[in-house]
Design a binder for this molecule. Structure first.
Ligand code: ADP
Ligand code: MG
Length: 259
């Protein structure tokens, strides 16, 4: 069965998409069969794979609608998944933002993505779900479909509020919709540990959550911001840079933990 990891944080710009893209490629380069699910209507994971979201006929949006209508078929899934160089992508497009309203009357609206992934998880070792910066229906779908929650954060004091909120969401999802969701870890990104602020915040995270919950940090590296505009992961774009080293280390830890 696939190991399903949702990347969530209601704060935008906290490194969810960057982590999803590079962890997907890191795991794939380590020989794992990987599916990256773009569940954000901004479709930045899709464009980061070099796919133009606007022209897509099929995307996660259409598949979730088919699930809601009980009309999902293998053929539709095959038509939607895109094989990138090393892993498969379930792409997104801006239409996805309408789902929230359109699905408001459906009984099982929180488990549409779980139902969809049940059909395809046998083909993968890892499924990564890149979520939007909100706590709406799509994020709930991601957390209901996943076994693990990975929270990337920037090391600012505001991010501690965001982290507390995410933990509240985790408890609620555990209580109401998905008892098996667990915190995989908190991933500090865009780190400059030379600054007092970053060191203080990481210390606060450590005190609140414990050392074992903190994943190896990803340093600030402009190459990580450049790579998606070439449709490349950091391992293809700049394999020697520190961003690549940091995401390689993260990949190794995730592989070791899930063995
Ligand atoms: N370690 C890093 N160093 C430098 N820039 C980064 C790093 N991680 C992410 N970024 C940049 O920060 C911005 C927000 O990151 P992104 O992954 O899109 O966050 P989110 O998906 O949470 O909104 C993007 O422009 C991205 O390229
Ligand atoms: Mg994003």
């Amino acid at each position: 069965m696939a190991i399903t990891i949702a990347l969530a944080n209601r704060k935008g710009g906290s490194g969810k998409t960057t982590t999803a893209l590079n962890l997907a490629d890191g795991l794939a380069l380590a020989g794992q069969r990987v599916l990256l699910v773009d569940a954000d209507s901004q479709a930045q994971a899709t464009s980061g794979c070099g796919i133009l979201p606007y022209n897509l006929e099929m995307s996660i949006y259409e598949l979730l609608h088919l699930v809601a209508q009980d009309r999902l078929s293998d053929e539709m899934i095959r038509e939607t998944l895109i094989k990138t160089q090393n892993f498969d992508l379930l792409p997104s497009k801006p239409d996805l933002s309408a789902l929230e309203l359109e699905a408001s009357q459906i009984d099982n609206r929180e488990s549409l993505l779980r139902t969809l992934l049940l059909e395809i998880e046998k083909d993968y070792d890892y499924i990564l779900i890149d979520l939007p910066p909100s706590l709406g229906l799509i994020t709930v779908n991601g957390l209901v479909a996943a076994k693990w929650l990975l929270i990337p954060i920037e090391l600012t004091f505001l991010s501690m509020d965001g982290l507390a909120q995410m933990m509240g969401i985790l408890y609620r999802i555990n209580a109401e919709l998905n008892t098996s969701l667990r915190l995989l870890g908190i991933l500090p990104v865009k780190c400059d540990l030379r600054t007092n602020l970053a060191r203080n915040v990481i210390e606060e995270v450590r005190q609140n959550f414990g050392e074992s919950r903190i994943l190896p940090t990803v340093r600030n590296d402009i190459k990580l911001a450049e790579a998606p505009s070439f449709g490349k992961s950091i391992f293809e774009y700049a394999p020697q840079c520190r961003g690549a080293q940091d995401y390689q280390q993260l990949t190794n830890v995730i592989l070791a933990r899930s063995e």
